[in-house]
Ligand binder design. Structure first.
Ligand SMILES: Cc1cc2nc3c(=O)[nH]c(=O)nc-3n(C[C@H](O)[C@H](O)[C@H](O)COP(=O)(O)OP(=O)(O)OC[C@H]3O[C@@H](n4cnc5c(N)ncnc54)[C@H](O)[C@@H]3O)c2cc1C
Length: 551
């Protein structure tokens, strides 16, 4: 029932959940085909990831000339990125600029969390209910709620007793945090931990890093934007963006590898890895040979090269061995990029604690205690513990339908054993609900803005197609969905990815089904498939006019 303070539900063509890069582009693109749209954003500003993740050192790890929108040529020509990899404030400034430049704000409702989404089959519309009880009706719903937008704070006993302050990297205070003179503990050594640890170490009196899993990190080689490089890149922008569509990671400009790592003599291979190490960046490194992500023996050579770099950088042998990852092949978890990460462990005020062998038992008033009884006094604790990735944001919304072949369907139930989608774009039994870069799509394995644009364009074209053919309902057939899920699994199983306990597998969340969620067949193959599906009259989808369906 509508809340008394919101008696008349708002009527839209498309309701969008999320005001990050995906939600904003969806507003722009869907408006361009004449639709009445509105995005609902839980935060008090637009920007999504870049609004929330304000921890020290937060920046993108795909170069900014790539990690930016491509939909408007003048925008990409005008914007100047000061550094090779934009900082969080710079990226947030850019997103705000886009929101203003394309007049997007008037269709964003901030400070509004969508709590439920109910599809009424008879009315053929979605009703979304916000945390204040407001109801919004829309023919279509676009979930642009993010893959890394549900921060995960481990369920530590007695966290509330802690006398100091604690923070999560994905919920960072807007006013910033001054760690000067403090004893700080950072829990987690994934991408966020790797970015923040060198900077917190410079401020803190003492920094203790609690590591459960060592992750591979490569040097970013960040620096001021080279003007000549920027000029050439901008001169070739449209061609480069097109070329990116023909690559697996949606990033152009890296020479395609031509041979297996095992076909190169040791000396040649080490020289190749060294050149990539000096160049900086993760794509370049993983592109050194054709088979680094599919052949364990090949991958071992690339992994060992980085382990040796860690050993030669970190002076304390025991610390170096702890930092050198041995439980997963390089690239099968999100590969981190850093500035002085390993060097930081040579500082006298930094220590590393292995909480794999001696787990954190509980938080105390004064700090934390390990299972062995070892206690650490801390003034501040930083959780760099990541997110309930890929499905977290959607699982937090009560998504259901009021009717269907088996009665109403509930998304959480449908996904109980792991997420099921067709092309990562739609879910069988949930008509007219689209997901941007969802599980089953290559989104998180690519330059994500390219994937966001490709998804939103596909969604806009599908809605436009329905309108032009006097149709008003689209949903995948159960067969198309199960075939796609099978294909996603098959492709994953032909790679090394499933060997890692990664967030791609849901492995960072206790109780979450262990299913490999992204499509790793490559952006190029995926986009081609999406284009073919559309060209063949939306193969695998059922497109209907609901009045006829109901008759
Ligand atoms: C620290 C960090 C660094 C990253 N660096 C890179 C990079 O270098 N390259 C790259 O390709 N990708 C990177 N990513 C991934 C990044 O998430 C994407 O590139 C991109 O920002 C995703 O945009 P989005 O709009 O899809 O999702 P988000 O930016 O996550 O936005 C989703 C929004 O939806 C809102 N929301 C969620 N649920 C609800 C609800 N129920 N009601 C209302 N609002 C809701 C959230 O508040 C959030 O603002 C990074 C991620 C992180 C966390």
């Amino acid at each position: 029932m509508p809340d008394a303070s919101h008696p008349t539900p708002r009527q839209l063509d498309v309701a969008i959940v999320g005001g990050g890069l995906a939600g904003l582009y969806a507003i722009h693109r869907l408006r361009s085909i004449g639709l009445k749209v509105r995005a609902y954003e839980a935060g008090s500003g637009v920007g999504g990831t870049w609004f929330w993740n304000r921890y020290p050192g937060a920046r993108c790890d795909v170069e900014s000339l790539e990690y930016s929108y491509s939909f408007d040529e003048q925008l990409q020509q005008d914007w100047k990125w000061p550094e090779r990899y934009g900082t969080q404030p710079e990226i947030l400034k850019y997103i705000n600029h886009v929101a203003d430049r394309f007049d997007l704000r008037r269709d964003v409702q901030l400070n509004t969390r969508i709590k439920s989404a109910l599809f009424d089959g008879k009315a053929n519309e979605w009703t979304l209910t916000t945390d204040s009880g407001e109801q919004v009706r829309a023919r279509y719903c676009v979930m642009a709620a993010g893959n890394l937008s549900t921060p995960r704070v481990p369920d530590f006993k007695r966290l509330k007793d802690f006398r100091g302050k604690w923070y999560h990297s994905g919920l960072w205070p807007h006013e910033g945090v001054d760690f000067s003179g403090l004893k700080v503990g950072v829990i987690g050594t994934g991408s966020s931990g790797v970015q923040m640890i060198p900077l917190i170490a410079e401020q803190a009196k003492h920094l203790t890093v609690f590591q459960r899993t060592a992750n591979f990190s490569l040097p970013a080689r960040n620096g001021p934007m080279e003007l000549e490089r920027e000029r050439t890149h901008k001169a070739e922008y449209p061609a480069r963006r097109r070329a990116a569509h023909d690559t697996p990671f949606a990033i152009a400009g890296y020479p395609k590898p031509t041979k297996s790592a095992l076909d190169a003599p040791d000396e040649e291979r080490n020289a190749a890895y060294e050149a990539k190490w000096q160049e900086g960046g993760s794509i370049s490194y993983l592109y050194a040979y054709t088979d680094l992500l599919v052949n364990k023996a090949s991958n071992d050579t690339a992994s060992e090269f980085v382990r040796n770099k860690i050993r030669s950088t970190v002076k304390d042998r025991q610390t170096a061995e702890l930092l050198a990852p041995k439980d997963h092949p390089i690239g099968t978890k999100r590969l981190c990029l850093d500035t002085n990460y390993y060097e930081t462990y040579n500082r006298p005020n930094v220590s590393l604690v292995d909480v794999r062998s001696d787990p954190i038992e509980h938080i105390t008033a004064a700090g934390l205690r390990l299972k062995s009884g070892a206690a650490f006094e801390l003034d501040a604790i930083v959780f760099a513990t990541g997110f309930d990735a890929m499905t977290g944001a959607l699982r937090e919304i009560d998504v259901r339908t009021s009717d269907g072949p088996n009665g109403g369907a509930v998304l959480r139930d449908h996904w109980e054993g792991g997420p099921l989608t067709y092309l990562g774009l739609m879910v069988a039994g949930f008509p007219n609900m689209f997901v941007v870069t969802g599980p089953g799509s290559p989104g998180v394995k690519t330059q994500m803005i390219a994937s966001i644009e490709q998804h939103v364009d596909w969604i806009a074209d599908a809605i436009d197609h329905l309108g032009k053919h006097q149709l008003d309902r689209i949903e995948p057939t159960p067969k198309a969905e199960s075939d796609w899920v099978h294909h996603v699994n098959q492709v994953a199983d032909s790679t090394l990815y499933p060997l890692a306990n990664s967030w791609y597998m849901g492995a960072n969340i206790p109780g979450k089904p262990r299913v490999f969620m992204p499509y790793v067949g490559g952006f190029d193959r995926y986009k081609k498939r999406c284009d073919e599906v559309a060209a063949h009259g939306y193969e695998g989808f059922s497109l209907t006019r609901h009045a006829i369906v109901d008759a």
